[in-house]
Design a protein around this ligand. Structure first.
Ligand SMILES: [Zn+2]
Length: 321
């Protein structure tokens, strides 16, 4: 039994140095206390995801409670540079059962109104992304870019459905992207490197193919798009964790992350997820003990500069192993 969570303060706030609109600035990552992913509640969710287990609030969260949470997060605003505010709800921001419509509008308007905020990012499953929900949010964003993050994970139907249990098809994703383009929003797409039951080489090829498909769609729609490449990590309480403990799964090698980035960075904006989620080193992407810190550092500097030169010259005896 998890303890009751307060609904008038966010679960987590972190200020992260980042490039925002091409300049050195910060992301303010705000994890709001929220009811959590409806898809998870109804189906058990995706095979790699444990967020709702650890992060959900107890029952619905009212607009004034969301407003109080954001007021607490505002204390962490950086003093200079452009800012992107990420409003995470461990589910779908545009699902009114998770975030009431009035709260959707108010949260975006409040964050967009803070000094030097240029972008506001929210995340949602594609089935909640449509003109009806986007119009008020875009009005609330004003001059800020509204960036909507969608967890596609893989462009392969077999991998997305059978191995990740994502529960939506490419056509649904494509429709959400078209609605984002028509509305004038931006899109971030999560691509999962090495889902359950996927070998290292297959994982690399799938992530590359997925990035190619996403950037081709973005170009066709003239939709500003970022790929958030997420090397799969292993949280407890997931089918992935069971496979990990049984020796049937290990997280991707950092060399695989480097290969994917080097092969697709010329296609568009890429950001590599490097949070270790506070997990044991064996449960996150890694190489051998001696080069892991070096390669992670190089990927961090790629995130800061968007220049693959940051990855040039990396090598280790473990690379060909
Ligand atoms: Zn090594």
């Amino acid at each position: 039994m998890t303890p009751m969570r307060r609904k008038d303060e966010p679960l987590y706030v972190e200020r992260i140095p980042a490039r925002v609109d091409g300049a050195d600035g910060h992301r303010l990552m705000v994890i709001l206390a929220a009811p959590g992913c409806t898809y998870w509640h109804e189906t058990g969710g995706c095979t790699n995801c444990a967020f709702p287990v650890s992060l959900v609030a107890d029952g619905p969260v009212a607009p004034e409670e969301y407003a109080a949470q954001l007021a607490v997060a505002a204390k962490e605003l950086p003093a200079d540079g452009p800012v992107q505010v990420d409003l995470y709800v461990s589910g779908s921001f545009f699902n009114p059962d998770e975030v009431p419509l009035a709260a959707q509008r108010d949260l975006v308007a409040t964050a967009a109104g803070w000094p030097r905020v240029r972008r506001v990012l929210v995340e949602s499953r594609p089935e909640y992304v449509d003109a009806e929900r986007l119009t008020p949010a875009l009005e609330a964003a004003g001059d800020c870019v509204l960036d909507v993050a969608i967890g596609l994970e893989s462009a392969s139907a077999e991998i997305r459905d059978e191995r990740i249990h994502k529960g939506f098809n490419w056509r649904r994703f494509e429709k959400a992207a078209a609605d984002l383009a028509a509305a004038g929003a931006a899109m971030t797409v999560y691509v999962l490197l090495k889902p359950l039951d996927t070998g290292e080489r297959e994982a690399i090829e799938d992530a590359v193919a997925t990035c190619e498909a996403v950037f081709a769609l973005a170009e066709r729609l003239a939709l500003p798009t970022t790929v958030a490449l997420e090397p799969c990590f292993v949280p407890e309480g997931t089918p992935l964790y069971d496979a990990f403990v049984a020796g049937r799964y290990s997280p991707p090698r950092l060399w695989s992350v480097v290969e994917v980035v080097e092969r697709v960075a010329h296609l568009g904006a890429i950001h590599v997820g490097l949070s270790d989620e506070g997990l044991d080193a064996a449960q996150v992407a890694h190489n051998c003990a001696s080069c892991t810190p070096v390669v992670r550092g190089a990927l961090r500097s790629f995130n800061r500069t968007a220049d693959v030169a940051a990855l040039a010259g990396l090598d280790c005896a473990c690379r060909e192993a």
